[in-house]
Design a binder for this molecule. Structure first.
Ligand code: HEC
Ligand code: HEC
Ligand code: HEC
Ligand code: HEC
Length: 418
């Protein structure tokens, strides 16, 4: 014991001496979040930003350059439901692997239900925080890391309180206890606000002791952070496409930068494994087979249409539409409801695509993806004429997020069959 104390004594002196000679490396604070279920950048048109595999790579690179604190502003997912449960679990596991110091618990994530909440808090133990409710197992009011004490509040805490079945704590009360505790522990108080800039500003104005405040926003983070007095306000933007970074040197907070998670960040090996497991779980949960479906006229299938419209079928075979499901299969997304709807025929219709084994004639973007269900027409071409279609037939799939370069004239040129 004495020996140990002695050793620590020497170490202490050595550290103090070093601190005098060299400037202490600043802490880097990395803020991510608002993933809202976007575990991958939409694979549709390279290059797109975001995804947990790149995020983990970026954080690992930043960690190599010095002491780093990662926080996540929460809302792992947007809605409840089986696929979102699987997403939330994958994200919790990923954030634990990335050693996140604090993950804000928001109403959106709490609405996944008690079972999923228990599973995400055990996959990422000692990481979920909120001051807006008390007594939720696995969730603390704040977490300490480096120079920071990190708390979180929902400006309207009733949604979160209802979701977890506890009483709501007002955001002012929760913020006040964070600041008091930070003063006691000699830490800088940082607050994650599950609200927009106006709500975050109003808290920052009322509580000038806060040093860093995070908020929610759509679009990308701004090129410069917002300041209210000595408080710096930052947002990771939407859909986990970016990270923002700050440096903490003593009492000084600065060095703001937004990092775009573009393709130059490769996929993190461990997180890629979690992601593959996620896709496997999505497939075995048979989510496609369980989707809600609308009534519709009966579908004939692409091959059936092609029996009479032989030239159209020949043209179709040469287009990208004919391989759309294979494109997903190559990436393991062919059973993923997030993707399949635009890569097959009639996924939202009772008579539409189900599985490759059950409905092979409706795989890929077929004739009836654009022309509509046509079994009646196929049985009686003159008696049931097909309706006219035009540029509007493309709109449901060629949306800006998935096809930013879409232009009817140039795209039609590549698939025309008249
Ligand atoms: C049994 C043969 C046959 C099958 C099967 C068939 N069609 Fe037709 N289709 C025709 C004939 C014949 C016409 C021309 C009808 C007319 O002139 O009134 C036609 C007309 C059309 C037209 C309108 C052409 C125009 O000039 O206005 C479209 C679009 C069309 N078919 C699409 C389809 C699709 C999609 C399928 C599969 C669901 C399909 N057809 C299946 C025979 C067929
Ligand atoms: C059901 C959804 C859906 C509809 C409707 C749809 N597309 Fe597509 N389209 C896709 C998908 C998915 C791909 C990518 C297929 C692949 O590469 O595997 C694609 C790819 C394409 C491509 C190839 C792009 C390239 O760079 O090679 C063209 C061209 C195209 N679509 C044109 C159209 C046009 C024109 C329409 C409307 C008349 C249309 N599409 C309607 C889903 C759709
Ligand atoms: C809203 C409809 C829609 C959804 C949902 C969708 N896609 Fe696509 N996807 C498209 C369209 C449209 C294209 C063709 C884009 C183009 O070339 O302009 C495409 C193309 C692709 C391509 C081909 C890219 C290339 O350049 O060859 C891949 C890969 C792909 N999608 C993967 C996915 C994955 C993975 C998901 C789910 C995470 C998904 N898609 C969800 C509509 C969609
Ligand atoms: C990606 C969407 C898309 C797919 C897939 C597609 N078509 Fe079409 N098709 C169109 C559009 C849009 C038009 C009308 C173009 C125009 O008005 O210039 C058209 C025109 C036609 C016409 C001529 C009728 C007319 O109105 O001029 C026939 C026949 C036809 N398609 C049959 C088929 C058959 C059969 C298949 C499958 C082998 C098929 N199409 C696949 C979008 C599609």
């Amino acid at each position: 014991m004495r020996l140990l104390a002695h050793a620590f004594g020497i170490l202490g002196i050595a550290c103090a001496a070093m601190a005098v000679q060299t400037t202490v490396k600043p802490w880097v604070l990395v803020v991510g979040g608002d993933t809202h279920g976007y575990l991958s950048p939409c694979g549709c048109t390279a290059p797109m930003s975001g995804g947990i595999r790149r995020r983990a790579t970026a954080v690992e690179m930043i960690r190599k350059s010095g002491p780093t604190i990662l926080v996540d502003t929460g809302s792992l997912v947007k809605d409840a439901g089986r696929q979102n449960e699987l997403k939330a679990e994958t994200l919790a596991q990923t954030l634990a692997r990335m050693d996140a110091a604090a993950i804000q618990l928001t109403a959106e994530d709490a609405r996944l239900g008690a079972g999923t909440l228990a599973s995400i808090t055990s996959l990422a133990p000692n990481r979920f925080v909120t001051g807006s409710v008390k007594g939720v197992e696995g969730v603390s009011p704040f977490n300490e890391r480096g120079p920071l004490l990190i708390g979180a509040v929902s400006p309207q805490p009733t949604g979160l309180a209802e979701a977890v079945g506890k009483a709501a704590v007002s955001s002012d009360d929760a913020t006040r206890s964070l600041i008091a505790e930070a003063a006691k522990r000699k830490r800088l108080p940082m607050l994650m606000v599950a609200g927009d800039l106006a709500q975050a500003k109003s808290i920052a104005q009322r509580f000038p002791a806060l040093r860093v405040v995070t908020y929610r926003s759509v679009g990308d983070p701004p090129s410069a952070p917002v300041r209210v007095g000595q408080t710096i306000l930052v947002t990771p933007g939407e859909h986990g496409k970016k990270l923002v970074r700050l440096t903490l040197q003593g009492e000084k907070v600065g060095g703001y930068a937004a990092i775009d998670l573009g393709p130059s960040y490769g996929d993190h090996a461990d997180v890629s494994r979690y992601y593959t497991t996620y896709l496997r779980r999505v497939a075995s949960a048979k989510l496609i087979e369980r989707l809600p479906r609308m009534d519709s006229a009966a579908f004939a299938g692409t091959a059936e249409c092609g029996k009479c419209h032989t030239d159209a079928l020949k043209t179709w075979h040469a287009t990208a539409h004919a391989g759309a499901l294979q494109t997903l299969a190559k990436e393991g997304h062919d059973r993923d409801p997030d993707c399949v709807s635009c890569h097959v025929v009639g996924l939202d219709k009772k008579g539409g695509f189900r599985t490759l084994a059950d409905t092979p004639q409706l795989a890929n973007v077929g004739c009836e993806s654009c022309h509509g269900a046509g079994a009646d027409h196929a049985a009686s071409p003159k008696g049931s004429p097909m309706p006219k279609v035009g540029a509007n037939a493309c709109a449901s799939c060629h949306v800006p997020d998935h096809s930013p370069k879409f232009n009817f004239l140039t795209y039609w040129e590549k698939i025309k069959h008249r």
